[in-house]
Design a protein around this ligand. Structure first.
Ligand code: HEM
Length: 440
C-alpha cells in the first residue's frame, strides 16, 4: 500500500478524507458482496404486501430476457399495475406510464438517495443522481453547463469525425461484434474529448468501465472501480494544481454551500458523468442496430431519406427505454391502490412508459411516422437526463454516417445476440454481417 508521503498533495479537507472515503468504499463493497449473495434467494413478503400483488420477477435473470428484454417486460402488463417481487432483496415495480410519471416527479415521497437494486448496491454515492432537491441542484449545476445544446454543438464536428473514423475502420471487415467494436468505443472517445483526457487511455478505461458495470465477480467489479478512481485521482490532482477550462478543473475547484468540494463528491460526479454517458449510449446504439438489422424496410427508409433520421431517433428512444433505477419511499402512503411504507424500494422502469398502450397505440411497433411521444427514456422531473441532447446527437450522427457507408447489414447466423438486462438494459454480444463490396 502507498504511504501517505508518496501520495499526491491534496488540500487539507481532501487528504485524510481520501483514505477514509476509499475505506468506506471497501466497506460498502463487502456489504454489497453479501447482498449479491442474497440476490439469488427470495425475500420474505412484508406484511403490508398483499399476496395478489406478488409477482416472481427478476429484472436481471428473468428467462427469455436474454433474447428479447422488452417482450418480457411488456408481458408483465397482464398482471397487477404495481407489483412486489421477492427477487434481489424485494421491491415494488411500476408498469404504467402514469405511475412512473408520479413517482419520478415527487422527490419528497420517492427519494433518489439509493437508486440501485438491491438497495445500496452502488459502491459510492452517485452524484447528482443520489441527491434530492434542493441539495441536488448544487451538484447538477456543476455538470449541466457542459451538456447544453450550445456546448455540445461546438463538439459536433469532433463527434462526426470520431464516428467516421470508427465506421471506416470496420467497413472492409464485413462482420463485427457491434457492441465491442463500435457501441462502446464511440461514447468513450466523446467522453475523453469532453473532459480533455488523452484518447490513448481509451482501451484501459473501456476495460475498467466494462468490468465495473458487468464483471460477474464482485471482486472484479470492485477492482475495476478501484483502478478507475485511481486513474481519476491522477487527473484530479493535476487539474487541482493547474486548473484549466475543462469540466474536471471546474469540478475539483468547486465550492459546495461555501466549503471546498470533497474528494468523494468529486469522484461521485466524475463517475456518474463517465458511466452515465458510456453505458447508456452504448446500449441504445445496440438496440438501434439490432432493430435495423432485423427490419430492412425501416433501414431502407433512412438510407433513402436521411432527413427522417431525427424522427427515427425519437421513435427508437421511445421503443427502447433502458434505465431501471429505483426510488426509496419516504413516508407511508397509497399509490394506485397499493399501501407503500417508508423504506420500501420502488423500481421505475423508464422504458415501460413509452410502451404503455394508454399512451401509445401499438407500442411495440416502431413507426417513424408517429407523432412525437412524451416517453420517459431520459427520465422525468429533477433528474431528467442532462446528457439527452448529446445522446440524441450521437445517435443521429451514428445513423447518418453508418448508413451512408454500410447501408445493408444483418444479424450474423448462429448465437449472435445476447441481451444483458439489468439496471441499464444492454447487450453482451451483437454480431452483425454485411457485404464489404456493397459498403461504400
Ligand atoms: C441514450 C442515452 C441515455 C439515456 C437513455 C439516459 C437516461 C437517463 C435517465 C433515465 C436518467 C434519470 C435517472 C433517474 O431519474 O434515476 C439520466 C440521468 C443522468 N444522465 Fe443520462 N442517459 C443517456 C445519456 C447520457 C449522456 C450522454 C450523459 C452525459 C455525458 C448522461 C448523463 C446523465 C447524468 C449526469 C444524469 C444524472 C442527472 C441528475 O441526477 O440530475 N446521460 N439519464
Amino acid at each position: 500500500m502507498a504511504s501517505a508521503a508518496s501520495l499526491p498533495a491534496y488540500p487539507p479537507i481532501g487528504a485524510p478524507e481520501k483514505f477514509g472515503w476509499k475505506l468506506v468504499q471497501l466497506g460498502r463493497g463487502a456489504r454489497q458482496m453479501v447482498r449479491t449473495a442474497l440476490a439469488g434467494s427470495l425475500a420474505k413478503r412484508p406484511a403490508h404486501v398483499p399476496p395478489e400483488r406478488v409477482v416472481d420477477f427478476d429484472f436481471i435473470r428473468q428467462p427469455g430476457m436474454e433474447h428479447d428484454t422488452y417482450a418480457v417486460w411488456q408481458g408483465l402488463r397482464g398482471g397487477p399495475a404495481i407489483f412486489w417481487t421477492p427477487r434481489n432483496g424485494g421491491n415494488w415495480v411500476l408498469t404504467r406510464a402514469e405511475d412512473i410519471d408520479t413517482v419520478l416527479r415527487d422527490h419528497e415521497t420517492y427519494s433518489s438517495k439509493s437508486i440501485g437494486i438491491p438497495r445500496g448496491s452502488s459502491t459510492f454515492r452517485l452524484l447528482p443522481i443520489e441527491a434530492d432537491p434542493p441539495e441536488h441542484a448544487i451538484y447538477r449545476g456543476l455538470i449541466s453547463p457542459w451538456l447544453t445544446p450550445r456546448a455540445i454543438g461546438a463538439l459536433e464536428q469532433d463527434i462526426r469525425g470520431l464516428t467516421i473514423q470508427l465506421v471506416e475502420g470496420l467497413q472492409e471487415r464485413g462482420h463485427s461484434d457491434f457492441v465491442h467494436d463500435f457501441a462502446k468505443r464511440l461514447p468513450i472517445d466523446i467522453f475523453l474529448k469532453l473532459v480533455d483526457l488523452p484518447l490513448g487511455d481509451r482501451e484501459k478505461l473501456l476495460r475498467w468501465t466494462e468490468d465495473a458495470v458487468r464483471a460477474s465477480s464482485l471482486q472484479q467489479r470492485l477492482a475495476a472501480f478501484w483502478k478507475m478512481t485511481s486513474y481519476l485521482d491522477h487527473w484530479i490532482t493535476l487539474r487541482r494544481r493547474r486548473p484549466g477550462t475543462d469540466l474536471i478543473s471546474q469540478i475539483v475547484t468547486a465550492e459546495i454551500a461555501g466549503r471546498p468540494i470533497t474528494y468523494g463528491e468529486i469522484q461521485g460526479l466524475l463517475i456518474v458523468f463517465m458511466l452515465g454517458g458510456l453505458d447508456t449510449v452504448a446500449s441504445m446504439l445496440g438496440f438501434v442496430v439490432r432493430f435495423l438489422a432485423e427490419h430492412p424496410e425501416h433501414r431502407r427508409a433512412l438510407v433513402e431519406d436521411p432527413g427522417r433520421i431525427p424522427a427515427a431517433v425519437e421513435e427508437l428512444l421511445r421503443r427502447f427505454g433502458l434505465v431501471n433505477n429505483a426510488r426509496v419511499v419516504t413516508r407511508d402512503h397509497r399509490l394506485g391502490g397499493v399501501d407503500l411504507k417508508a423504506g420500501d424500494i420502488v423500481q421505475v422502469p423508464t422504458g415501460m412508459a413509452g410502451l404503455d398502450p394508454d399512451l401509445v397505440a401499438e407500442p411495440m411497433t416502431v413507426n417513424f411516422e408517429r407523432p412525437k411521444i412524451a416517453h420517459a427514456t431520459f427520465g422525468i422531473g429533477p433528474h431528467y437526463c442532462p446528457g439527452a441532447f448529446l445522446a440524441k446527437m450521437e445517435l443521429k450522427i451514428f445513423l447518418e454516417e453508418w448508413l451512408k457507408r454500410i447501408p445493408d447489414f444483418a444479424i450474423a447466423p448462429g448465437d449472435a445476440v445476447r441481451c444483458a438486462p439489468g439496471m441499464v438494459n444492454s447487450f453482451d454480444k451483437l454480431e452483425i454481417v454485411w457485404e464489404p463490396e456493397a459498403a461504400q
